[in-house]
Design a protein around this ligand. Structure first.
Ligand SMILES: C[S@@+](CC[C@H](N)C(=O)[O-])C[C@H]1O[C@@H](n2cnc3c(N)ncnc32)[C@H](O)[C@@H]1O
Length: 274
């Protein structure tokens, strides 16, 4: 039988030799843990990390919950993906630089969110964005514009949050600013992918004709031959609202049409056509 003092000494010796063996193997391999440099080149954009307070604000703006699937385009050191995962969401980082991908995986492991945070080495222009409910990015204005057609074809209601850079003439639905603890790149923009409603819609007693510019809608409502212009028309994901003839119409766009309620009483329903 080994005395307990001897056993302790043996275990300590074993531990020290494991640490020594692994550190000398590390030294022999000549490898140091990869250290990214702010401003280092990237395929289409250099790496500059989003300040952590803005990461938090961006996820707040998108109202990220554990039900979300967040994709960060050009995920850098993984901070946005890891922060989303800490909020319980599933999150994926798409990053072209393989060293940054490996660094992100290590960072996710340190934060114990590897089950929710994944990273792939890929080109953001080729990525399948369709599973996302939230897309985050810190890219460049011209890249946002190149991505815009693909983004507008995503599921209505998908939230897009961009650090610092806008989407051309697609006005943001919200803007958030970090005033404390942030020196540069402290503003982010939110867009909600609108349902497509442009065209003519049949009502039981008339027709709704809509023109759409992103989330803004204008047009006319014809009910029983009485044609009135629509005002303050807006699509927020699959929600539609507009004023017509002194009433507020609110409703939901579905695969079959639109339906909702009228502030002056009653319901409305419209189907594609005309
Ligand atoms: C400004 S940094 C933003 C990093 C991170 N999203 C953040 O907010 O902290 C842009 C990142 O995009 C990556 N990148 C550049 N072009 C890319 C491309 N075509 N596909 C995927 N990643 C790309 C860069 O390597 C860099 O890490």
């Amino acid at each position: 039988m080994i005395a307990s003092g001897t056993l302790r000494r043996l275990l300590l010796l074993l531990f020290v030799s494991i640490v020594f063996a692994s550190s000398s193997a590390w030294a022999q391999s000549g490898k140091k843990e990869y250290q990214p440099r702010v401003g280092q080149g990237g395929k289409d954009v250099i790496w500059v990390p989003t300040p952590q307070p803005l990461v938090e604000k961006m996820l707040d703006a998108a109202k990220v919950t554990p039900k979300d699937y967040v994709i960060d385009l050009g995920s850098g050191d993984g901070r946005t993906v890891i922060t989303a995962a800490k909020r319980g969401a599933k999150a994926l980082g798409i990053e072209y630089n393989p060293d940054m991908v490996e660094l992100s995986k290590r960072n996710a492991a340190k934060e114990q969110v590897s089950d929710k945070a994944s990273f792939v080495k890929a080109d953001l222009f080729e990525a399948d964005l369709s599973p996302a409910t939230v897309i985050t990015m810190f890219l460049l204005p011209d890249i946002n514009l190149r991505l815009r057609p693909k983004i507008l074809n995503l599921k209505p209601g998908t939230r897009i949050v961009s650090n610092s850079f806008t989407m051309g003439d697609w006005t943001a639905d919200d803007t958030v600013v970090v005033k404390e603890g942030c020196v540069s790149y402290c503003t982010a923009y939110l867009w909600i992918v609108p349902a497509k409603v442009e065209g003519s819609w049949q009502l039981p007693d008339g027709e709704l004709t809509l023109t759409q510019t992103y989330q803004m809608i204008s047009g006319t409502l014809n009910r029983g031959g009485d044609v009135v212009p629509i005002a303050n028309g807006k699509v927020n994901g699959d929600r539609i609202t507009f004023n017509a003839g002194g009433a507020l119409y609110t409703g939901r766009v579905t695969s079959n049409g639109m339906e909702g309620t009228i502030s002056t009483g009653g319901e409305w329903k419209a189907t594609h056509g005309g």
